[in-house]
Design a protein around this ligand. Structure first.
Ligand code: ATP
Length: 273
């Protein structure tokens, strides 16, 4: 389905991503982990063609998307929608309009400027918000929502494009643990129920283990691990993070600042499945 071959990005003397190869045969939920500066964001941005590779290829269903230009590049970007740590919503705009901006790729700028959204699109936007549990906030300004709700609006905007792949660049890095869990649950459901591939950059090992079927570990621009959560042993994790014997998983864990009450709630939620 998605094949990445020797993908490379050089910034001056610095090789941010160094001959990365990955193949996804079927829809999957993939977590990309590694310390800050390992090349995770650059990799995702290259897949989406926000950053141009300096070497290698990206193939989607045997089609080379590495060098697409203009409308073809925009069409590819709609097929692999990206969400970001800072949500990138229009804060003063209402939630449903933010979601409708996901259709901009296939609509005229003038129509968008005057908010002339087709009724069918509005209905679909509300349905998607409903699925993500935030339809009740549709008419509120985006800035009035919590971080977790705003990230779900960003996911809804991505879903408006009906993407085959969702690329999530540190989607929970600005969120508290409760909101982080809601957002990761939403991404997992979108993968399982819709069969969309989700590739997610994550800072925390425990999140990658809990939500992803496959984990890719990056270090200094290279893939140094590619396997299942079970294969990601403490020793492997230590290697990915370039740490010494004193490495502790808790240092990369979301539970580090989790207040006891929230931790208990999360354990309960986990137990309920
Ligand atoms: N636009 C750019 N210009 C120059 N160097 C860049 C640019 N973008 C990224 N880099 C460099 O490329 C390397 C990889 O950065 P990248 O953001 O991909 O890492 P990361 O693993 O996502 O880190 P983080 O977890 O901190 O976001 C870093 O050394 C970074 O400084």
């Amino acid at each position: 389905m998605l094949v990445i071959e020797d993908l490379t990005r050089q910034f001056g003397a610095n090789r941010a991503v160094d001959r990365v190869s990955l193949a996804l045969e079927r829809p999957a939920m993939v977590g990309v982990i590694g310390r800050s500066g390992a090349g995770k964001s650059t990799l995702l941005r290259m897949i989406n063609r926000l950053t141009q590779p300096t070497g290698g290829r990206i193939l989607f269903e045997s089609r080379d998307v590495t060098a697409l230009r203009g409308a073809e590049r925009r069409a590819w970007q709609a097929q692999c929608a990206m969400i970001f740590q800072q949500f990138n919503l229009v804060p003063r705009l209402d939630v449903v309009s933010n979601v409708l901006h996901g259709t901009l790729n296939r609509r005229g700028t003038l129509a968008a400027l005057f908010s002339l959204w087709p009724e069918a699109d509005i209905r679909r936007a509300v349905q998607i918000l409903d699925r993500l549990g935030i339809a009740g906030h549709a008419s509120k300004r985006a800035e009035a929502l919590s971080g977790g709700q705003q990230q779900r609006v960003a996911i809804a905007r991505a879903l408006m494009q009906d993407p085959r792949i969702i690329l999530a660049d540190e989607p929970i890095a600005s969120l508290d643990p409760m909101n982080a869990a809601t957002v990761m649950d939403a991404l997992r459901r979108i993968h399982e129920e819709d069969g969309r591939t989700v590739i997610c950059n994550l800072h925390t090992l425990d999140t990658a283990r809990a939500y992803c079927d496959r984990i890719v570990g990056m270090r200094d621009g290279r893939v140094v691990f590619d396997g299942t959560p079970e294969q990601l042993t403490r020793g492997v994790a230590r290697d990915i993070y370039g740490a010494d014997e004193s490495f502790s998983e808790e240092a990369t864990s979301t539970s580090i600042d989790r207040p006891p009450a929230v931790a208990a709630l999360l354990r309960e939620a986990e137990a309920l499945g």
